[in-house]
Design a protein around this ligand. Structure first.
Ligand code: F6R
Length: 356
């Protein structure tokens, strides 16, 4: 039941700290060789990340951790495009699907099997077709998610996938015991970071909504590790509000999307505090954009953000700004509520997409 929450999505956003804490309490002590060995997989030289929508975003966030900490290159592919895309021979396919029943994903798994890729699945459903068809399975333990928009399963996939990556790098000898100890402690801190982010979003987002509710379109920007979270924020906003939302790497703006910016256009920035992002922010500001910045306190100096800047605690650098997703989820939901949308059942969408 949704208890005292106005909708399931509100409840599931709030559950994110406990989902992380529960996962880490269960798997934290095993992260390392102990978690990796039962998979029976060699340390890969390349990763092929496969999923749809929010699950693909989670996969990209996880792959970036492997690239950052272990120098492992990756390709990410929409499940529906796998058949048409050349893959790297011998690459470990990491397939993400919260339901484990998405038709595009299962078809991709067949194509990957056909090309002899080993498959590691990250799913929230241990009884799913994906879990049955993969060589190795990590269950994300998010609990049932009723809202059609994925929220806590995204966070659970990022944390579960990160646990797998750390374990893989430990088994491959890239990380030693003391590295793992330090990184696991930092991963555990994500529960608190998410809780802090929920408080920050509750404090700042409702005041922002009245000025945004009539906007026909939104631009999301991020760079480096923040980019995928900007993409996820734009996906949440469009599916819940039925408004246009585009997400770009900040540096791409001047190569086209800048033409969209006019007086009052909301530009939502996952701010990493870098000078390069600051320059982009100035560029859209100069054209009258309404800039909303999500980032750590250090990044929200008044000169470069709105007065309603949403300050987050400093996150875990190597993980990327996972906690920024909370503010983006809350923003999408609050706007949708203000527009009278059914946030748990957006039009045209289904929780589990079992048709191709
Ligand atoms: C967005 C959303 C979808 C799903 C996608 C994949 O909020 O829920 O984009 O992420 O349909 O679903 P699963 O993870 O079940 O394969």
């Amino acid at each position: 039941t949704r208890g005292l929450h106005p909708d399931f999505m509100a409840k599931e956003i709030e559950q994110q700290p406990e989902v992380v804490a529960d996962f880490m309490a269960t798997w934290g002590p095993s992260i390392g060789r102990k978690l990796w060995s039962p998979f029976g997989l060699a340390m890969p030289r390349h990763l092929t990340i496969v999923g749809c929508g929010t699950s693909l975003h989670a996969g990209r966030a996880v792959a970036q951790v492997a690239a950052r900490l272990g120098g492992i290159p990756f390709t990410s592919i929409e499940a529906s495009e796998v058949a048409a895309t050349t893959t790297v021979p011998g690459s470990l396919a990491v397939v993400l699907s919260q339901s484990g029943e998405t038709a595009d994903v299962l078809r991709a798994v067949d194509a990957l099997h056909g090309r002899s890729h080993p498959i590691l699945a990250l799913t929230n459903n241990p009884h799913s077709a994906l879990a049955r068809r993969a060589q190795a399975v990590m269950i994300c333990r998010a609990g049932p998610e009723i809202g059609v928009a994925a929220t806590k399963t995204f966070t659970a996939q990022v944390v579960g996938g990160t646990a797998v990556v750390l374990s893989m790098l430990a088994a491959g000898g890239v990380l030693d015991r003391s590295d793992i100890h330090r990184l696991v402690t930092q991963l555990e801190s994500v529960a608190d970071l998410m809780a802090y982010a929920i408080g920050a979003a509750r404090g700042s987002v409702p005041d922002l909504v009245p000025a945004l509710v009539d906007s026909p379109g939104f631009v999301f920007l991020g760079r480096g590790p923040g980019r995928v979270f900007a993409d996820e924020g734009a996906l949440k906003l469009k599916e819940l509000t039925y408004r246009w939302a585009e997400s770009h790497a900040a540096g791409e703006l001047k190569h086209g999307p800048l033409a969209l910016i006019e007086h009052g256009t909301p530009v939502i920035v996952v701010d990493d505090g870098s000078d390069r992002l600051a320059a982009t922010i100035e560029e859209v500001r100069a054209r009258g954009a309404r800039v909303l910045s999500i980032g750590p306190e250090q990044a929200t100096i008044p000169a470069r953000t709105s007065t309603n800047a949403h300050g987050l605690a400093r996150g875990v650098d190597w993980l990327g700004p996972l906690e920024s997703v909370v503010g983006l989820q809350v923003l999408a939901r609050e706007l949708a509520v203000a527009l009278g949308r059914d946030v748990d059942k957006p039009r045209n969408l289904a929780k589990s997409v079992t048709v191709e």
